[in-house]
Design a protein around this ligand. Sequence first.
Ligand SMILES: Cc1ncc(COP(=O)(O)O)c(C=O)c1O
Length: 374
Amino acid sequence: MTSGFEDFGDAFFRASVTGLQPYQPGKPMEDVQRELGLDRVIKLASNEGPFGPFPAALAAMADAARDLNRYPDGGVFRLQHALAERHGVPVAQVCAGAGADGCIDMLNQATLEPGDEVVCGWPSFASYPIYARKQGATPILVPLDGGHRYDLDALLAAIGPRTKLVYICQPNNPTGTMSTQEELDDYFERVPAHVLTIVDQAYFEYIDRPDYPDAVERYVRAGRRVVVLRTFSKIYGLAGARVGYAIGPAPICAAMAKVRRPFDLTTQAQVAAVASVRDEAEIARRRALNANGLARLEAILREHGLDPAPGVANFLYVETGADATELFDRLLREGIIVRPLAGFGAPTAIRVSVGTPEELELFAAALGRVLARA
Ligand SMILES: Cc1ncc(COP(=O)(O)O)c(C=O)c1O
């Protein structure tokens, strides 16, 4: 006798969900430790960064813990006002979400009908095509240029009458590469008026280069049809809290807020983000530490005969010349978790996040042992 649960055929489910390949997160440290019986495991897989939450965020979360019997503020009032003030935009142009990822999902839910098209570079952040498919929309994946960078000319050429959203991942995850302000200015001069461009700046705070634009300042405030994404998951050390935000045209933010679930942003996420948003000194300190770590990571990879793409964030992308799961597995047995990139459209590449100086040296030693054995 069957329970009846086996009787659901494909027809029961939405066509766009049947066959959907969900996002594959990086391997959790506890799993690796348990499965391989290792004493220490180092995670350089998910670009979170080695820093914890800011001290003020920890204090705010501890304080707020006493009130967890209450639902969070469904309107995200304090955080959205703090972000509006921080960026010098009206609060109607801010929409916070459960991570930048939550914002991508809300944008898709608010705008995409089956048959609409979404254009993005590829390899790039896996949620862009996954969330488009979830809505029954069609992702158009535009190959990166020879330097692993977004090819903005090719992106523009891929835009058609059904295109609603165009993603520009700046810098691009997983390759770490960026387009310059001049190149982005040129894109915005040429992009057709019917599309909404999403400039994903999840790693914005790590980058200190004169040719890297603050897209809120340069494009949102200039009234372009653009949404900029930012997150507290990276330099702010709050990946586990799930909080990010979008800044864009007020009608887009209003539509996103309509599809946001009432309590998507937990109380802890909201108070931690509010406590972090203005601490420029700590951001600058972490940015400098990351710059040192990025240079060291590049040197380690080059010393071992690898040739990383010119990444500007807190991770580097490396072509291995073979199925990258092999190098991933070997490093895993050494207690180092890196990210194989099949799910991002680059099955022969890995991505390595910047860790602490000690973690990077342990990675260097493990890489040396693995490559010597190969
Ligand atoms: C380019 C990009 N966008 C968005 C996200 C999602 O960030 P969040 O943790 O805020 O959902 C990531 C996370 O890795 C990312 O790399």
